[in-house]
Ligand binder design. Structure first.
Ligand SMILES: [Zn+2]
Length: 175
């Protein structure tokens, strides 16, 4: 479709349009291309966010659908946060260039948790702040230069009666 339109303008450029008109046409064409591309992106986004089953985290944490690797956000008993990356088959992928940051937004302010590589994943250098039910932002980068992917969840530590996981990682249908 795009190719066909471009072809048509080329013929017009050669036969009917002077250079000023041709420049305007090119600008219009560029704008049309942008609109078409934006539509494609918007459509892809919609497709990606359709309702689907919540993926249970192998550690019992929350699976974040980051790309190209998914990541699991898991709060350990000592309240340090563990992040493990997985491939499509939910097999752990050893950390390489990824960078992870967690921001806990409690009533008293924001606490940033920095991470270091540890075993099969990343572990926070410090623990989550006191309290329950606050917003947590997880920022994942594939490498230092890549765009951060942000994920938000409400950190709730109490155990869900349905799936027996901590509420922040609940896999029940009603969520
Ligand atoms: Zn549940």
């Amino acid at each position: 479709m795009i190719g066909w339109r471009l072809g048509l303008i080329k013929i017009k450029n050669g036969k009917y349009l002077n250079s000023k008109e041709s420049k305007t046409m090119k600008k219009i064409m560029n704008l049309m291309m942008v609109v078409v591309l934006l539509n494609v992106v918007a459509f892809a986004e919609k497709e990606h966010h359709h309702d689907h089953k919540i993926i249970p985290g192998p550690l019992g944490g929350k699976v974040l659908e980051s790309e190209p690797l998914h990541a699991e956000f898991f709060v350990q008993a000592d309240k340090k946060v563990k992040i493990v990356f997985y491939d499509e088959a939910l097999k752990a992928v050893l950390p390489t260039t990824q960078e992870v940051k967690v921001i806990a937004e409690t009533k008293s302010g924001k606490t940033v948790l920095e991470f270091e590589k540890s075993g099969e994943g990343f572990i926070s250098k410090t623990i989550l702040p006191e309290g329950n039910g606050y917003r947590v932002v997880i920022q994942i980068k594939n490498d230092r230069a890549s765009k951060p992917q942000n994920f938000r969840l409400d950190y709730r530590a109490e155990i869900c009666g349905g799936c027996k996981k901590a509420e922040y990682a609940c896999t029940c249908d009603h969520h």
